[in-house]
Design a protein around this ligand. Structure first.
Ligand code: MIC
Ligand code: SF4
Length: 643
């Protein structure tokens, strides 16, 4: 039987396990990336493992999330990451150099290699044929130390593209279409491979927009073949030597095949507050818009920015609309300046922001109260923009420009003729903002620089054979890590300070949670389906741990979050019958006896002591996961292993 591209890369990197879907496989990781909002924690974890130099082929630390520096906290974190990178063999991409995924694609990504990153949009690398996964910081720390990365062997979806996108219909609309088809839960447990004749019409940045938003489907990752288009991109980056061709075998088997005819697609828009809440742009025409934001790791490539500049050229945006544009990297910004496109953008009345995540993670540019914001980003979760009652819609850069020019949601087809965009054959290469690590000799003399905002990790607690705790919080389906541990300008600077962060935990759902959890001592959370979707932030596990949460019981979990819970020593369990979710209420006293035996049999019984009911639960822990839960955390387990 033939293999898919992902199966081939997995096979070439397999350290243990068998490749049957559902079983755990251990992979050798070639490259890692971190960003600053998750990186501080990841490097503290790496440091505590006591390994001198990273053992990957390439590890890069990016600063792109927390660049506002409204106090000493961010600057201290940047300095800490820079110093630890230099000492331990990690490349350091300075603040302002760009968004991790965009820069990684430009300067480091290699087809056929494995990459894990402490950011959920690491699958952007699939646009260049990498097998790239978002992971918790601790998993990245272990991989930097040469340890394996464990995933549940996914099933395979193939999306067959035919035809060609019409003008004003874009790769972003392809992402929104697949979200409409599959929903934010539809990709869980799958790798999505994009293929078919239609992919020949898509450049690497367009492919990367699509693999980037595979994260919103809950997919393990997404990948494109590596072909002549990939080669041309690498050549333009001066890295043709990194090119290898990759395709799936003709007789490769997929669990599901989805066909999309590109020529039939229309401009689409995701409505508040979920990326899969997709309708046609046309159906919302005339809706007044207050703000438009163009950028993020989804849509900030040179191609996107050149299109935006060409559409804005010679025009001015509506006075009632505020438009921000954040180019994805210094390379993109410099090339916009070189060709004069930046002048067209500025002349239109747009505000050009730093090459960073910025508004996407609520770092500035929050909308006005109740405001409508159209964003080219990948997430529109409630409150994420920094304005609790804002209505955030996700669109393509073309649809974003149409709204900025007209002041309302407008089908971009009405903008007239799409100007022809000529992409350069060679990009401007300037790696001066990427700092190489010290050599092993010099590294010994280097000191790591820390600031007062870096606090201790929360203590971990080995699971016990019997648990009795209060259900302190019951939440519904599709709870995101932005609900569990919000980000934004006020909170993000404290990512290395778990005690401080803890006061904001679940703030979007219930502001009283932190106090109640602390008062309860030990506690249990109950959630609906797809619990923990979204960001890879391990803070969404570490902070509940700090507040005393020992067990989370749901209808189902999102992939990265469930791994983060186990890594933090919190036991994730699921209802055997989803309807039993209704048999527990917030405030009930719950207990589970015989945890050890239950971990082995995959079955446990939850006793609701308040109502007297008994509820069957299931779990499917691997031996390694059981050992982590018994040790109390992945860190404790790894230390045990190293001894
Ligand atoms: C996001 O888009 O939510 C983030 C911010 O990039 C996160 C990482 C984080 O929370 O630091 C992600 O996607 O993993
Ligand atoms: Fe940054 Fe937004 Fe991309 Fe996350 S989704 S990495 S915050 S640009």
């Amino acid at each position: 039987m033939g293999l898919t591209i992902a199966q081939k890369i997995i096979k070439a990197h397999l350290l243990s396990g068998d490749m049957t879907p559902g079983s755990e496989v251990a992979l050798r990781i070639d490259q890692t990336l971190t960003q600053d909002a998750t990186g501080t924690m990841a490097y503290l974890e790496f440091e505590s493992m006591g390994i001198d130099r990273v053992r990957t082929e390439r590890s890069v630390a990016y600063i792109d999330h927390n660049t506002l520096q409204s106090g000493f906290e961010n600057a201290d974190d940047h300095r800490f990451i820079q110093s630890i990178a230099k000492k331990h063999g990690i490349y350091f991409s300075r603040p302002g150099n760009g968004i991790c995924h965009q820069v990684h694609l430009e300067r480091f990504g290699i087809p056929g290699k494995t990459l894990i990153g402490s950011d959920s949009h690491t699958p952007t690398g699939g646009g260049i044929g990498m097998l790239a996964f978002g992971a918790g910081g601790l998993d990245v720390a272990v991989a930097m130390g040469g340890g394996a990365y464990y995933i549940t062997m996914p099933k395979m979806i193939k999306v067959n593209l035919t035809g060609k996108l019409r003008p004003f219909v874009t790769a972003k609309d392809v992402s929104l279409e697949i979200l409409r088809i599959l929903s934010v839960k539809g990709g869980v447990g799958y790798i999505i491979e994009w293929g078919g004749e239609g992919i020949k019409t898509l450049s690497v940045p367009e492919r990367a927009t699509i693999t980037n938003m595979g994260t919103e489907l809950g997919a393990t990752t997404s990948i494109f073949p590596s072909d002549e288009i990939t080669r041309a991109f690498l050549k333009a980056e001066g890295r043709e030597d990194d090119y290898v061709a990759l395709e799936s075998d003709a007789d490769a088997v997929y669990d599901r095949i989805i066909d999309i005819d590109l020529s039939l697609l229309k401009p689409l828009i995701a409505c508040p507050h979920m990326p899969d809440n997709v309708v046609s742009v046309d159906s919302l025409k005339g809706t007044k818009v207050d703000q438009v934001c163009i950028g993020s790791c989804t849509n900030s490539s040179l191609l996107d920015m050149l299109k935006v500049a060409a559409l804005l050229k010679g025009k001015t945006i509506k006075p009632e609309v505020s438009l921000s544009i954040s180019p994805g990297s210094k390379q993109v910004l410099a090339m916009l300046a070189d060709c004069g496109a930046l002048t067209d953008i500025l002349a239109s009345g747009a505000r050009v922001l730093e090459c960073a995540c910025g508004p996407c993670i609520g770092m500035g540019f929050s909308p006005n109260s109740g405001g409508v914001s159209l964003r080219t980003f990948n997430r529109n979760f409630e409150g994420r923009s920094g304005t609790a009652d804002a209505k955030v819609y996700l669109v393509s850069p073309e649809t974003a420009v149409a709204a900025a020019l007209t002041g309302e949601i407008t089908d971009p087809i009405l903008l007239g003729e799409m100007p022809e965009i000529k992409m350069p054959d060679a990009f401007r290469i300037d790696d001066s903002a990427i700092i190489a690590p010290a050599d092993a000799e010099e590294a010994k003399t280097l000191e790591i620089l820390r600031g007062p905002n870096i606090k201790k990790f929360p203590e971990s607690y080995p699971q016990e054979d019997s648990i009795r705790a209060e259900l302190v919080l019951k939440v519904e389906d599709n709870i995101t890590t932005d609900h569990i541990m919000p980000a934004g300008a006020k909170i993000l600077p404290y990512r290395s300070n778990i005690p401080y962060l803890s006061q904001f935990c679940f703030g979007v759902c219930d502001k009283t949670f932190p106090e109640r959890a602390k008062a309860a001592g030990k506690s249990i959370i109950v959630g609906g389906a797809n619990y923990g979707q979204g960001s890879s932030r391990e803070h969404a596990a570490l902070v509940p741990l700090y507040l005393g949460v020992r067990v989370v019981i749901t209808k189902s979990f999102a992939r990265i979050h469930v791994a983060n819970l186990i890594n933090a020593g919190i036991m994730p369990l699921t209802f055997a019958n989803a309807d039993d979710y209704d048999k527990v209420s917030q405030g009930d006293m719950l207990s589970i006896e015989g945890v050890w035996a239950g971990m082995d049999s995959g079955k446990m019984t939850l006793k609701n002591e308040t109502t007297g009911e008994e509820i069957p639960l299931v779990c499917a822990f691997t031996e390694r996961q059981k050992a982590i839960l018994k040790a109390g955390s992945l860190l404790a387990y790894t230390k045990e292993q190293l001894q």
